[in-house]
Design a protein around this ligand. Structure first.
Ligand code: MLT
Length: 257
């Protein structure tokens, strides 16, 4: 499926994949900061933002194929830098496994390689059914928002939290259910990490309650990886502390050339 996207800036391509159930607007600070030097492409994954929302489970593999189809349509065939936050990171790991020749560096942000435990998968199914029953995504926003942000963000950036609620509530119930079911089905990719041969930045908010241990494990298992822990940030480091996140990304990107 062809995705909606932003595509701005000159130079080497950096593709950034958003988290669940957000959209490409989460990368606006990175687009601004990187966009003078890099061509930054930020797709809306299927069902999110302005991309179409089909019925059924959105497997991580299907989302990965959408990204490839979109890059092909843009005639981006040279190896690019790939980054993903959380669900976007799951998609990035699937892309690295399927199309390693398409990527020259990887950024895994507030994400992990493990699959769901049976209990987590059951929780996702329950939430998917609730959202479908309600016909809107309010329940997912209420379930996720308390877990996403650092204490600093909660105290100082209530407007960011309200903005994220708006983005989440705009995501159609069908898409939320599809993504939840797809994430529940995703494989554990831990064993594949040692096969990743490109330079990798693992970046995680110091107060990320969703993927705290996963980041460290990925950084240890990927041969050419460095880890950056972003202060005053929870699960949404690029939004909660854009300055520290952007500095880490720029430092990493400059090291590639
Ligand atoms: C995300 O931020 O994309 C989600 O927290 C991922 C997940 O639920 O596993």
């Amino acid at each position: 499926m062809l995705l909606a996207y932003n595509d701005n800036g000159p130079g080497p391509v950096v593709v950034l994949l958003h988290g669940f159930p957000l959209d490409r607007s989460m990368w606006s600070s990175q687009e601004t900061t990187l966009g003078s030097v890099y061509r930054v492409i930020t797709p809306d994954l299927r069902g999110h933002g302005q991309s179409a929302a089909p019925e059924g489970a959105y497997t991580i593999e299907a989302m990965a194929e959408d990204v490839i189809e979109t890059l092909d349509a843009l005639q981006v065939t040279e190896p690019v830098v790939l980054g993903g936050l959380s669900m976007g990171g799951y998609v990035a790991l699937a892309l690295m496994a399927r199309y390693p020749e398409r990527f020259r560096a990887l950024m895994l942000i507030d994400t992990k390689a493990e699959g769901d435990t049976p209990e987590a998968a059951r929780g996702r199914e329950e939430l998917a059914s609730t959202v479908e029953g309600a016909g809107n995504s309010g329940a997912v926003a209420s379930a996720m928002l308390p877990k996403l942000f650092s204490e600093t963000t909660r105290q100082r950036r209530p407007e960011l939290i309200a903005q994220m609620r708006t983005v989440m509530e705009k995501t159609p119930a069908r898409a939320v259910a599809g993504a939840l079911r797809g994430m529940a089905m995703r494989p554990d990719r831990t064993a594949e990490l040692s096969q990743i041969s490109v330079p990798t930045l693992v970046l995680v908010g110091a107060d990320d309650a969703i993927t705290p241990a996963g980041a460290q494990k990925m950084a240890e298992a990927i041969p050419d990886a460095q880890i950056v822990i972003v202060p005053d940030a929870g699960h949404l480091a690029p939004l909660e502390n854009p300055q520290a996140t952007n500095e880490a990304i720029i430092h990493f990107l400059q090291g590639l050339d």
